[in-house]
Design a protein around this ligand. Structure first.
Ligand SMILES: [Mn+2]
Length: 463
């Protein structure tokens, strides 16, 4: 069944490939517009690499959100082909009216079910009843569009994007699984068992462990906790993993597994990459840091092969980012969240922490610093607006919570914009409507939970 659906998605991607090829054959510059997170930057990397390998030309812009103003500007441009990655599904009508042809390679929920215009190829798993939250990323969908060209090394970037969108774990499913298997078959990717510790081979152990937000309660985000843990098991905390004896490596593994069994599992690797970027999870963290620092050019350059200046910059951003997260964790531990009936929120005006609120909501949930039953809304003051990042657990989405939908509805009701996935969503609303927005989200979540319950009880009755 799902194979069939994937088949339809692949057919649509092939249509996109045909259109892309037509334009490349005519030497048209491809206008690429992509999203500014790790997935969006990797997706841009996939398409731009493919175009380069086909000896074509591109002009790429990375944007935080596809808003009307962005499209206004793009609609003035005279390119013959526009390629939207990791965004665009919410704007099919407008994109269909651009002067040139267009391809949308997106995986966000889409409510647009209108027939595609002749000049537009829209690739999105949701159009075929496939899951876009866990099973494929924007990079993955973009990869499908260039797949017929046979540049299989790009399966690596497709997976970097998936990891960036939190789709990387021990059980990679759906379209991601298909792409992963292709990468393995073509000798690009490999899977080994190992410790899922960030930059395990690069950093002194206590740092590597503190920077691992898997979560390791008492160790993640906590230098002192990490040092104490290592001393207790008889390891020097300054040592690097490759310098441990085999026996010590086993001790470390066994003790970490006691803290969280998930710390040991599948490590997804890019075979021909330099050591620093070989682990796909580490790679995606560096791209993510470039995105968060708004240095999209460096992130994209890394994806396009720069292993010198851009990579050095990227690493600096990552260090800086990790230190800010540690600062944020200390803040959450001290302050906690404010709870409403069905949601909870944290609020900051601190300019360092502001840009990382979404991640903090995630990490806080993972480390169980928040109530696990209620979605977390992380609010940053941006005058005259507030920016809200919402996160919840998969367990909560199974109970009916759909944050993307709640954010879309509530933000539109109060003069803002918003939306996203069931587990993660974002919104921007006028600051004077903060309380109204929170109350409405609280109300919508309540309704979602009730409706889910009543649907489930109906199913039982009819069985
Ligand atoms: Mn994405």
């Amino acid at each position: 069944m799902s194979q069939n659906k994937q088949h339809y998605l692949l057919n649509r991607a092939e249509e996109a490939h045909k259109l892309l090829k037509e334009h490349l054959d005519q030497d048209h510059v491809v206008r690429v517009i992509s999203h500014n997170d790790a997935d969006g930057i990797s997706a841009a990397g996939v398409i731009c690499n493919a175009i380069t390998r086909e000896k074509g030309k591109f002009h790429v812009t990375i944007v935080p959100r596809l808003k009307a103003e962005v499209l206004d500007k793009i609609s003035q441009e005279k390119y013959k082909l526009f390629f939207f990655c990791d965004m665009g599904s919410a704007w099919t009508q407008r994109i269909g009216k651009l002067k040139g042809d267009a391809i949308i390679a997106d995986h966000h929920q889409t409510i647009d079910s209108t027939e595609d215009q002749e000049t537009l190829v829209h690739i999105n798993p949701h159009l075929f009843g496939l899951d876009g939250t866990r099973d494929v990323s924007g990079s993955g969908v973009t990869y499908l569009a260039v797949r017929p060209m046979g540049h299989y090394e790009l399966t690596a970037l497709a997976m970097v994007g998936a990891f960036g969108d939190m789709q990387g774990n021990d059980n990679i499913t759906g379209v991601n699984h298909t792409i992963l298997q292709e990468g393995i078959k073509k000798g690009v990717l490999e899977i080994n068992d190992g410790l899922k510790v960030s930059f395990l081979n690069e950093e002194p152990l206590y740092k590597a462990l503190s920077y691992t937000f898997l979560p390791l309660p008492g160790i993640s985000g906590d230098f002192e906790g990490s040092k104490t843990f290592l001393e207790k098991i008889g390891l020097s905390y300054e040592i690097k993993f490759p310098d441990l004896s085999n026996e010590e490596k086993d001790t470390l593994k066994n003790e970490l597994v006691k803290v969280n069994p998930e710390i040991f599992g599948k490590i997804y690797q890019i075979k021909d990459e330099i050591p620093l970027l070989r682990n796909i999870d580490d790679y995606s963290q560096i791209i993510d840091a470039c995105g968060k620092k708004k240095k999209y050019g460096y992130g994209l350059s890394i994806c396009l092969g720069d292993r010198e200046e851009s990579l050095q910059e990227g690493l600096n951003y990552l260090k800086n980012y990790q230190d800010t997260i540690i600062k944020g964790i200390e803040w959450i531990k001290k302050e906690g969240s404010r709870e409403m009936d069905h949601i909870q929120y944290i609020y900051t005006e601190d300019k360092d922490i502001k840009s990382f609120m979404g991640t903090l909501a995630n990490v806080g949930l993972d480390l169980k610093l928040f109530n696990q039953d209620k979605p977390v809304l992380a609010i940053s003051r941006m005058d005259p607006l507030i920016k809200v990042s919402g996160r919840t657990t998969l367990a909560n989405t199974e109970k009916g919570i759909n944050l993307g939908q709640a954010f879309e509805q509530a933000s539109h009701s109060y003069g803002g914009t918003g939306g996203g996935h069931t587990v993660a969503a974002g919104a921007v609303v006028p600051r004077n409507n903060q309380d109204n927005f929170l109350n409405l989200v609280d109300e919508i979540i309540k309704t979602q939970l009730e409706e889910d319950k009543s649907n489930k009880s109906k199913q039982i009755t009819f069985n």
